[in-house]
Ligand binder design. Structure first.
Ligand code: URA
Length: 476
């Protein structure tokens, strides 16, 4: 038996180099053991290699990325599982494509659970300000108890999100420290080592009380998404009980403040009488016949929203693009790809959200044989608002993220620059809270890779924030 030592539970570097040496030496999984901690590993003991290199090792890039994530899982068998897979890949390079393979399946599950754990961390970490000797220096610290060993995997997200802050995230096992330039990892600590109260607590409590939607309370589901173990570190959690107790009265109050979406005041050229739809299928059927404005004349079809009929999160874009117009589905073209990447990075399941647009028909101008996107005007957005209102009334999302200026105008009838608008949220009379972010096509249009990366990170951050809000108000 040969031992490979890892300095901590998510020490991928040591796993990779130890596994490589052992695989090169042709050691079968039964002859290799991984230990975490100070016990010396014999594979590298002494200067000279104990095992002769028998073969060159090759594994696909995809495997390394998945293995790095899966290694952060708390499953004790993960080191040998990944080793065995790496060994089998030497004879079967396409093994990862075999989803029915039990080991490939297991690795994917582990990697998925770690991604979920990262998402929980990004949503529920709460930084507290700490005093430093330097009055100009602001430092923040957060206590968190992840389910897996996912701090290493999650920390780069916080670097991108809080680049300008100096912070530490402390877990029982490991800690991450960002000084504005460098990310370092160290030992874990006890909860009592981390300050638990500061002025930011009030901010979180006010924020939570503000976003609370009493019509959507399901305590059981809420606990499933945000287990009690996270509650104890969330300043806003102490409000949950009192807010849920008063939710009945608040729902009544909300109902009295009727929905504020109405058919457009200024009639379009050919106006059909519009009848509220009973469900989303009816919205789609009615929309197919819409001629509220002239955009229906050039478009292939109207594109209705997609997603669960009671999604917690609704994303509103501008209008279908060329590919969406042909497919009849929102966000399937290049902007949709960017949005998909941002959702994945934010740990949000695309199938779980409702995706729609402010305007349902593609507006374009011909340039040669190409149909080039043209921004809808105010009148067209107003004419289409009825459909968005129908979707809102039926889906009843908890939170809405408006992507770009057109969606902002459709929902809030204002044109605040996105850089400013994304810093605030607005509650609609109907209940849900609207946040604003950049449209994915702003990322496609960015002039430099740096600008692209910055906008992408901001969009991901805004998605994480709405997801966190929705999770706090979890519904079935
Ligand atoms: N841009 C949008 O705003 N919506 C789509 O569906 C596609 C591109």
């Amino acid at each position: 038996m040969h031992t490979i030592r890892l300095s901590h539970q998510a020490d991928f570097k040591a796993w990779r180099s130890g596994a490589r040496t052992a695989l090169e030496a042709g050691l079968a999984v039964r002859n290799v053991r991984f230990v975490v901690g100070d016990e010396p590993g014999d594979l590298f003991a002494g200067r000279e290699r104990k095992h002769k290199k028998q073969r060159d090792i090759r594994v696909p890039k995809d495997f390394m990325a998945l293995a790095e994530r899966a290694l952060c899982h708390s499953d004790a068998g993960r080191f040998t599982l990944l080793y065995d897979l790496a060994d089998r890949l030497q004879h079967k390079p396409l093994l990862l494509k075999d989803r029915a393979d039990a080991q490939v399946h297991r690795m994917n599950i582990l990697a998925k659970e770690v991604a979920r754990d990262k998402h929980k961390m990004t949503a529920f970490v709460r930084f507290r300000k700490v005093e430093t000797e330097d009055a100009d220096l602001e430092r923040y610290i957060a206590w968190f108890e992840p389910t897996h060993h996912s701090l290493e995997y999650s920390a780069p997200f916080f670097v991108r999100r809080f680049t300008g802050m100096q912070w530490s995230i402390v877990t029982p096992e490991r800690s991450a420290h960002w000084d504005g330039k460098q990310l370092r990892f160290g030992k874990g600590a006890a909860k009592s080592d981390v300050p638990q109260e500061d002025a930011l607590e009030d901010y979180w409590r006010t924020y939570y009380a503000h976003i609370f939607n009493p019509a959507r309370v399901k305590l059981k589901a809420m606990k499933a998404e945000m287990p009690k173990k996270y509650w104890k570190n969330l300043p806003e959690a102490e409000l949950i009980e009192s807010l849920t107790r008063s939710s009945g009265a608040r729902v009544k109050d909300m109902i009295q403040h009727a929905p504020h979406f109405a058919p457009p005041a200024a009639p379009a050229p050919v106006v059909q009488p519009l009848k509220p739809a009973a469900d989303l299928a009816e919205v789609k059927a009615q929309l197919a016949k819409c001629s509220q404005c002239q955009l229906c004349q050039g478009a292939t079809q109207a594109v209705a929203g997609v997603g669960p009929s009671r999604a917690k999160i609704m994303l509103v874009g501008e209008q279908p693009g060329d590919q969406e117009d042909l497919a009849g589905l929102p966000f399937v073209g290049p902007a949709g790809q960017v949005l998909g990447d941002a959702l994945a990075e934010a740990g949000i399941d695309r199938q779980g959200i409702y995706l729609t647009n402010a305007v349902k028909h593609f507006k374009y101008e011909m340039r040669g044989k190409r149909r080039l996107h043209k921004r809808p005007n105010r009148y067209e957005v107003d004419a289409c608002r009825w459909w968005l209102g129908q979707e809102l009334k039926l889906v009843k999302p908890d939170v809405i993220l408006a992507l770009g200026a057109t969606a902002q105008y459709a929902l809030l009838r204002r044109n605040t620059p996105i850089s400013q608008a994304r810093l605030e949220t607005t509650r609609l009379k109907m209940g849900p809270e609207v946040s604003i972010s950049y449209h994915p096509s702003a990322i496609l249009r960015a002039r430099s890779a740096q600008e692209k990366a910055q906008l992408f990170d901001l969009l991901v951050g805004d998605l994480v924030a709405v997801h966190a809000k929705a999770s706090l108000l979890e519904t079935a």
